[in-house]
Design a protein around this ligand. Structure first.
Ligand code: PEP
Length: 245
């Protein structure tokens, strides 16, 4: 039985005053039957872990190297040292803004694993790729190249995030989400074996909000959500958490 996961991605949003949202969210998280994870900017990871035991904290990226001359980057060990348990890798905004390739995401995932972090590996097609009916091929390629061997249900979460749905208010139909999630499940089972393949949680991400979360959560092989905009305010994210509980 896979426990549902409500994961919030704060992106480049959040100052110390935003920790107030976490205090409110903690009261919701403690009663929720799903896991609640927030991935704040790196500047807030440490303080977030110290104010709540009920909210799991994650990073939004890590470098592929263990340490070294990489000005401005953050290592997996640094995140773990601050109490992070998860890290988002290969988000489409990093693939787009920083030219991250599947191969780099695979390296980063290895490094995350070496430091005891669970990697949330993001995959997703662009609008042009969907319109050209290439979605399944694109997702298959990203899965194969971005995920290292030795995945387990504990060290890996896969997030399906259609690029055109992120921050746009657009979402795929429930059938389209189900088709991709079933495909991801099938690919994971084929590559890692049924036991592991069935234990990896699959999140949907892209304009998930209090209104659509329950419908999306009911789709086959959707084990939770990776939520951007609607995770910034406790009032909104609480409703997403309720829909996943
Ligand atoms: C995301 O950042 O991963 C995301 C899905 O953003 P939004 O929910 O704002 O579309």
């Amino acid at each position: 039985m896979r426990k549902k996961l409500a994961a919030g991605n704060w992106k480049m949003n959040g100052l110390r005053e935003s920790l107030q949202e976490i205090k409110t969210l903690s009261e919701v998280a403690v009663k929720a039957s799903c896991e609640v994870l927030i991935c704040p900017p790196a500047t807030l990871v440490q303080s977030m872990t110290s104010i709540s035991n009920d909210i799991i904290v994650g990073g939004q990226d890590c470098h592929a190297d263990a340490s070294g001359a990489h000005t401005g980057d953050i290592s997996a060990a640094m995140l773990a040292d601050c109490g992070a348990q998860y890290v988002i890798l290969g988000h489409s905004e990093r693939r787009e803004d920083h030219g991250e390739t599947d191969e780099l995401v695979r390296e980063k995932t290895r490094t995350a694993w070496s430091n005891g972090l669970t990697a949330i590996v993001c995959v997703g097609e662009s609008l042009a790729q969907r319109e050209a009916s290439n979605t399944i091929d694109i997702i298959g390629g990203q899965l194969a190249a971005s995920i290292p061997d030795n995945a387990t249900g504990e060290n890996l979460v896969v997030a399906y995030e259609p690029v055109w749905a992120i921050g746009t208010g657009l979402t795929p139909t429930l059938d389209q989400i189900g088709e991709v999630h079933d495909f991801i499940r099938m690919r994971l089972e084929r590559r890692f074996g049924e036991g592991v393949g069935r234990s990896v949680r699959l999140l949907y991400g892209g304009s998930m909000n209090p209104k659509n979360a329950a419908d999306i959560a009911a789709v086959s092989n959707v084990d939770g959500g990776l939520v951007g905009g609607a995770s910034l305010k406790a009032a909104d994210f609480s409703q997403v958490i309720a829909a996943l509980s």
